[in-house]
Design a protein around this ligand. Sequence first.
Ligand code: G6P
Length: 361
Amino acid sequence: SSVDRGEYRHFMQKEIFEQPVAISRTLHERLPLDGAPLALGREVLDLLQAARAIRILACGTSYHAGLTAAYWFEAMAGLPCRVEVASEFRYRTTQPLPGELVIAISQSGETADTLAAVHDARERGFAGILAICNVDESSLVRSADASLLTHAGPEIGVASTKAFTTQLVALALLVLALAERQGPRPELRQALRSLPAQVEQILAADQAIEALSALFADKQHALFLGRGIHYPIALEGALKLKEISYIHAEGYPAGELKHGPLALVNEEMPVIAVAPNDALLEKLRSNLEEVRARGGQLIVFGEEGAVDGDGIRVHSMPPCHAFISPMLYIVPLQLLSYHVAVLKGTDVDRPRNLAKSVTVE
Ligand code: G6P
């Protein structure tokens, strides 16, 4: 059945490797080949057309998908976008903008804080509720005005992987629909279409990532750095590592290093950098130089030659279109956490103290 581990040692590993298929299913039919409009459903498109601003509400990994998408909504769709942890949103006073649409993101559709936040948003005068969810007929889908389902299939591992990448794909489709109001964007469509094959290519480097995991065997702390849209990817990388390997990990925007975390950098704390070839690479390089100068052990995910220097380990990533790079750069971080957890002998699929779906406050 689909909830069998098959040849894999853990569900998490299986789910990481299922991502190309899960992404294909999430794109399937919604992204027509012939340049026809995106098929996201009339209700979804109506909510999007009416939106003048966006508020994203979610928890955990789903919150990180929202943080990532906010960069797209503002830069590519021209809409103001704010992202909030559902458990905070529900207990504060907020001022919705005119026409502000709520996008609630949840793998399970049963997270108590997210459901409560959606309920509150209705009473506070938001323009509508759009759900991004992996479970049809979940409480979230039933309470939303419209939904865009991710087709990740059942996710068993507590640490979310394929649900995250498919949430990003669903959000990317929404952004694309908005961006195409100004005219067709064949290059963005093509980038999305190439995603499953590109993820496949990254998964093929699993052994090299497994080898990197040895660096973490005796570490207590790790720092994940990114800039721009890859800052939330760094946050998600840190979350994966802490959830399943129990290594204390933090994600930081690399430009903030000098305002605190640099004090912690020494040979005992590996620093992982998400370094795609974008407009911020040059800035990131100088941030990483600060780490190296203080004896920090640097592990960089980037294109060949993106960053070099003595003692820096670079895991080389294939070149990609900027639109899909967040979905690609999270994959090696998932694999890294997985291998570190296996090395440490933790209960990978059921980490201590955590639940797959938190249905109580
Ligand atoms: C729990 C899970 C996380 C998940 C979060 C939100 O903490 O362990 O993996 O990201 O809940 O869950 P949701 O189902 O709302 O996406």
